[in-house]
Design a protein around this ligand. Structure first.
Ligand SMILES: O=c1ccn([C@@H]2O[C@H](COP(=O)(O)O)[C@@H](O)[C@H]2O)c(=O)[nH]1
Length: 276
């Protein structure tokens, strides 16, 4: 069985270093001329899948925008994940789960067990109950070739008040998360299956990402103000492992499939230049 790190490495080599988010904001539904209901949600998600799933390395549905519509929204999320994977995209479900270990095991089953209708290739998780509480997700991901992306330095301005706090050992909370994930990925080739989320908006914070040996998801580009030129300051020598992520910047180009593809080509060209 291929690991998630191997699959992601191959997908990026073939399709380029880009993740596009599927974030059906109410404002985007309106901009696309769609109703803010289950029919609008379904049309929006299906259009993005038809436009991009056969060409973008990673698609990242944002669970919140589907959950907003209750069980029928979750059903649309299920079909979005399935259709995206069938068309060849790696699906990273942005669901930011985190709980005590025994409950985390149930979340892991929901999103990383092949028996689940919500099964994705990878999920985002929050480490603020301790990185160790996420072990059930790490274990299930490893068993089934899945990946897990742990929030480390998020793109929102509020994140630093918690993530830059210095603990008893003199390290920041974020550096502790970074170091624990680095240990798991150590020595894995071509890339470990545990990733980190590090926002493109945060600037040079002095955190050391050099030992992560896993994918570094970089949201915050486009709508939140981050640009490809910001990536070097944030990631330094770890640029080669960065997976830039855009949602609204690309989605605002819809609903025409050709326009969505053109916007994707444009942002991909920009990040390729920045990543070198
Ligand atoms: O630190 C983080 C972690 C996750 N996100 C998510 O990424 C997208 C960003 O959307 P844009 O439209 O490109 O701003 C969204 O789903 C966030 O929840 C993040 O922005 N920052």
């Amino acid at each position: 069985m291929e690991t998630f790190g191997e699959r992601l490495h191959a997908a990026v080599a073939e399709r380029g270093p880009l993740c596009v988010g599927i974030d059906p904001h109410a404002a985007l539904l309106a901009r696309w001329g769609l109703s803010d209901d289950i029919a609008g949600l379904e049309r929006f998600a299906r259009t993005v899948v038809d436009a991009l799933a056969d060409r973008v390395a990673v698609l990242k549905p944002q669970s919140a925008f589907f959950e907003r519509f209750g069980s029928r929204g979750v059903a649309v999320l299920e079909s979005t994940i399935r259709q995206s994977r069938e068309a060849g995209a790696i699906v990273l479900l942005d669901v930011k789960r985190g709980d005590i270990g025994s409950t985390m095991a149930a979340y892991a089953d929901a999103y990383l067990n092949p028996a689940s209708t919500l099964r994705a290739d990878a999920i985002t998780v929050s480490p603020y109950l301790g990185v160790g509480s996420l072990q059930p997700a790490f274990d299930l991901a490893a068993t089934h070739g899945g990946g897990v992306f742990v929030l480390a330095l998020t793109s929102n301005p509020e994140g630093a008040s918690v993530q830059h706090a210095v603990g008893a050992g003199g390290k920041t909370v974020a550096q502790t998360v970074i170091d624990e994930i680095s240990q798991v990925n150590a020595g894995v080739k071509p890339l470990g299956s545990l990733g980190l989320v590090v926002g493109a908006t945060i600037g040079d914070t002095g955190h050391d990402l050099s030992a992560v040996n896993g994918p570094l998801l970089a949201p915050g580009l486009g709508a939140q103000g981050g640009t490809p030129d910001d990536l070097r300051a944030v990631f330094g020598e770890s640029l080669h492992n960065v997976l830039p992520s855009y949602s609204r910047e690309v989605l605002a180009a819809g609903p025409e499939i050709g326009e969505l593809r053109a916007a994707t080509d444009r942002v991909l060209a920009g990040v390729r230049t920045a990543l070198g």
